[in-house]
Design a protein around this ligand. Structure first.
Ligand code: PHE
Length: 439
C-alpha cells in the first residue's frame, strides 16, 4: 500500500494548530466585544449590531487576504516562506490581543488578518504539491487535512472559549497565541519532510507563450465562466448562512439558550466546537453516502451536491426558528439547548455535501490561465460569505432573530431549488468539465 508523504502530517499539525488559534479566538470575539466594560471580566461594551459588523469585516478580510497572500507566494516568495511569515504574524496578533487596550485590539486583528491571508491559502496549495499529478492519494490527503482543520476547530472553543469566558478574555487570546507557537514549532521542525514543496519557482519564458494569454475566451470558456459565477454565488450564500455560528448564533447561545446541564452553566463559546465535532463524526458517513449514491448511477454532479448541501444547511435554521418560538413561550425567555444541536447538525451535513466539491469544481471550470489564482479567489469568495454573515446577523437587531432565521432558510432553500430546476442547463454549460473523474 502506498503511504502519504510525511510532509502531509507536518502540514496537518501546523494547520490544526493555526485553526486552533483562529477558531479559539473567534469563539470569544463577539462575546468579548459585547461584554460589559465594567463587569468582572470586562469587554468592550459594544452593541450587538456593531459587534456583528466587526465580526463580518474581520472574518471577511481574513480570507480575502488570501489573494495577496497567494500572489506574493507565486511571484516572489513561494508558499513555504509565506506560511512561515503568516504564522509569525498570527502569533504576534494573538499576543497583541492579549493586551487590554482598544488600539491593541485593532492592531491584533489586523496582524491576524495578514497572517491568515499569508498562511491559509498557501498551506492548502502545499498539500496539493505533496502529490504528483494524477496521484489517487491526493483527494484522500485533502480529506485528512480537513480532519486536522476540524480537530483544531473542535478543541479550541473548549479551551480558549472556556478560559476566555470564565477566567479572562485576554488570557484566552494568549492561549490562542500559544497554539500558533506550537504550530510554528511543528512547521520549523518538519522542514526536512517538506524539501522542494512550496518553493518559489521562477517562471520559464517560452517564446510566444504569452500570446495565448491575450487570446479572448472561447465559447466553451465563456459558458464555463458563467457557471463559475453561479458557483461563487453558492459559496457566498452558503458561508453567509453557515458562519452565523461564530456571530449571531454565538450571541444567541449566550443570551437566549438555557445552558444549564446538571446544575452547571456551560459557557456559550464552548458550543462553538459543535460544528467541528460533527464534521469529524460525520465526514466519512456523508462521503460514503455520496460514493454509494454515485455507484448506483444517480445524479452526483458537483452542482447537484452544492444545491442539496445549501438546502440541507438552510433547513438547519428551522431549528433556530423553533428555538425562538420556545424562548418566547418560556417563563425565563430562554430556549432548550437541543435546538442548537439540531441546527448545527444540519449545517454540517450540508457543509459535507457542498464544501468538499466546491474548490475542485471551480478549478475545473476556470480558464487555464486563471488556474493558479483560483485558490485565492475561492477563499476570497468564502470571505464575502463571511461578510454577508455579519450583515445578516446585524439585521437581527431590527428584524428580530426569528425572522432572520426563517429568512435564511427561505433564501437558501429557494436558491438550492432554483439550481436543481436549472441543473440540466447548467451542466450543459460546463461542457463536460466534470466528466473526467479520477476515482
Ligand atoms: N472550516 C473551514 C476551515 O476553517 C471553513 C473554510 C472553508 C474556510 C473554506 C475557508 C475556506 O478551513
Amino acid at each position: 500500500m502506498k503511504h502519504h508523504p510525511k510532509g502531509l502530517y507536518i502540514l496537518f499539525f501546523t494547520e490544526l494548530l493555526e485553526r486552533f488559534s483562529y477558531y479559539g479566538m473567534r469563539a470569544i470575539l463577539v462575546l468579548y466585544v459585547i461584554a460589559n466594560a465594567q463587569g468582572a471580566n470586562p469587554g468592550l461594551g459594544w452593541a450587538e449590531g456593531d459587534a456583528l459588523a466587526l465580526y463580518g469585516w474581520y472574518t471577511m478580510l481574513v480570507y480575502v487576504m488570501s489573494i495577496p497572500g497567494g500572489i506574493l507566494a507565486d511571484k516572489w516568495l513561494g508558499q513555504k516562506k509565506m506560511v512561515f511569515i503568516g504564522g509569525l504574524l498570527i502569533i504576534a496578533g494573538q499576543f497583541v490581543l492579549a493586551v487590554d487596550s482598544l488600539i491593541a485590539f485593532y492592531c491584533g486583528l489586523a496582524l491576524i488578518v495578514l497572517g491568515v491571508g499569508g498562511l491559509k491559502p498557501n498551506i492548502s496549495t502545499m498539500v496539493g504539491g505533496l502529490y504528483k499529478k494524477g496521484d489517487l492519494l491526493r483527494d484522500k490527503g485533502f480529506t485528512i487535512f480537513y480532519i486536522g482543520i476540524n480537530i483544531g476547530a473542535a478543541t479550541a472553543p473548549l479551551l480558549v472559549g472556556y478560559i476566555g469566558e470564565t477566567i479572562g478574555w485576554h488570557i484566552g487570546f494568549s492561549l490562542a497565541g500559544f497554539g500558533m507557537i506550537l504550530g510554528q514549532g511543528v512547521y520549523i521542525w518538519g522542514q526536512k519532510h517538506l524539501k522542494g514543496i512550496g518553493e518559489y519557482v521562477a517562471p520559464v519564458k517560452i517564446a510566444g507563450s504569452d500570446k495565448r494569454s491575450h487570446a479572448p475566451l472561447t465559447k466553451i470558456e465563456k459558458d464555463r465562466v458563467f457557471v463559475l459565477l453561479i458557483s461563487f454565488l453558492v459559496i457566498i450564500m452558503f458561508w453567509g448562512a453557515y458562519e452565523q455560528a461564530g456571530g449571531l448564533l454565538n450571541i444567541y447561545t449566550k443570551e437566549k439558550l438555557n445552558r444549564f446541564v446538571m446544575g452547571w452553566e456551560i459557557p456559550a463559546s464552548v458550543f462553538q466546537s459543535l460544528p467541528a465535532i460533527y464534521v469529524i463524526l460525520l465526514g466519512t458517513v456523508v462521503a460514503g453516502f455520496w460514493a454509494k449514491w454515485q455507484a448506483k448511477g444517480k445524479e452526483a454532479s458537483s452542482i447537484f451536491k452544492m444545491a442539496v448541501g445549501i438546502m440541507i444547511m438552510g433547513c438547519g435554521f428551522l431549528f433556530m426558528v423553533g428555538a425562538s418560538i420556545d424562548a418566547a413561550a418560556s417563563a425565563d425567555g430562554k430556549a432548550a439547548l437541543y435546538w442548537l444541536f439540531g441546527a448545527y447538525f444540519l449545517h454540517v451535513v450540508g457543509e459535507l455535501c457542498a464544501s468538499p466539491v466546491a474548490l475542485s469544481f471551480i478549478t475545473k471550470l476556470a480558464p487555464v490561465k486563471y488556474a493558479s489564482i483560483m485558490m485565492g479567489i475561492y477563499f476570497a469568495m468564502t470571505g464575502l460569505g463571511n461578510k454577508l454573515a455579519g450583515l445578516i446577523g446585524e439585521a437581527a437587531a431590527d428584524a428580530g432573530e426569528k425572522t432572520v432565521f426563517f429568512g435564511i432558510t427561505f433564501f437558501t432553500v429557494g436558491f438550492g431549488a432554483l439550481l436543481l430546476v436549472f441543473l440540466k442547463r447548467l451542466k450543459a454549460l460546463t461542457h463536460g468539465a466534470e466528466d473526467v473523474v479520477l476515482q
